[in-house]
Design a protein around this ligand. Sequence first.
Ligand code: GLV
Length: 378
Amino acid sequence: SSISVPPPKCLQKPLTVPYRHMFGPGPSNVPSRILEAGVNPVIGHMHPEIFEIMNDIKSGIQYMFQTQNKMTLAVSGTGHSAMECAIFNAVEPGDSVLVAVNGIWGERAAEMAERIGARVNTIVAPPGGCFTIEEMEKALSKHRPVLLFVAHGESSTGVLHPLDGIGQLCHKYNCLFLVDSVASIGGAPVYMDQQEIDILYTGSQKVLNAPPGTAPISFSERACQKIFSRRTKPVSFYLDLSWLANYWGCDGKPSRLPSVCEFVCESLGLENSWERHLKVAEYFHAGLESMGLKLFVKEKRLRLPTVTTIVAPYGYDWKEITSYIMKTHNLEISGGLRPSVGLVLRVGLMGCNSSRENVDMVLAALKDALKHCHKSKV
Ligand code: GLV
């Protein structure tokens, strides 16, 4: 026989990727210092330098999460892989799980837990809303879950969920506290140890300004105790924490085989980064309001400083606005996601993208779009 599929011509030409202002909910732009780190040579996964690099990455994650947890590592995959890693390891079939749903991330966590045969209960808030400690306590005492999921940065609705007190409450009910901080870490304060969060994860392609494909995650002692006394093996081999812990040298045993991933932490310092995201978001929000646009999240303290949701301008087709801005300004902003589709426009200004100059650029693009896009007579 002979080959019937010829080598594709498209792979013979050089790859060209355009520059764009990535001001949607992620991925964000990657600064050249981080891009340049990607041109380093490939070395073996058992070479001593790799262990050193992985240890450095681990220290970076411990700093970013404000945790001393030994079980701190990065999964090679997107935020979804870390979400699955958390749920697949911490939950066994038949376990009761409670999910706070105020947007898409809670919906997805509930689905993942259902897929592995957990008994899932949800508390649901409308898009733009969140939960009080009293609501959480009522649901915890009713359902007695082994795990409670909360999205800190609900990027579909632009809500920053308050975390204080929830960890302590979970522990009163012998429940683990799982937090998704994909859209918030680095842009808003999180103190994993002080807030008694048991499992915390994020993604690399938002405030951290790294390419997608790396998902930092950390587990408390309490979480490890539940995970390492499971009666059943986790459903995923790839995400099995006993393997991952060993790759990353978290279990005190000689490493079997490390997974390789690259990750560079921003050098600004956490507190400066939180402060900058907050100030830039406030500047942005004032600019939007002075143009007559409305913010989707009414209460200031609940606004996610990394991803802003704007009430979809009345009389316009939001898709026309986002495509006009992309075509005319080479700039990505996005529409809603799942429960917020049609309700909002979303603008993410994360990491190096969080600046007043970029706010001015987005405001000018929005003004231009509202002038040129079709407005129905309403
Ligand atoms: C993705 O992370 C999004 O919020 O759209």
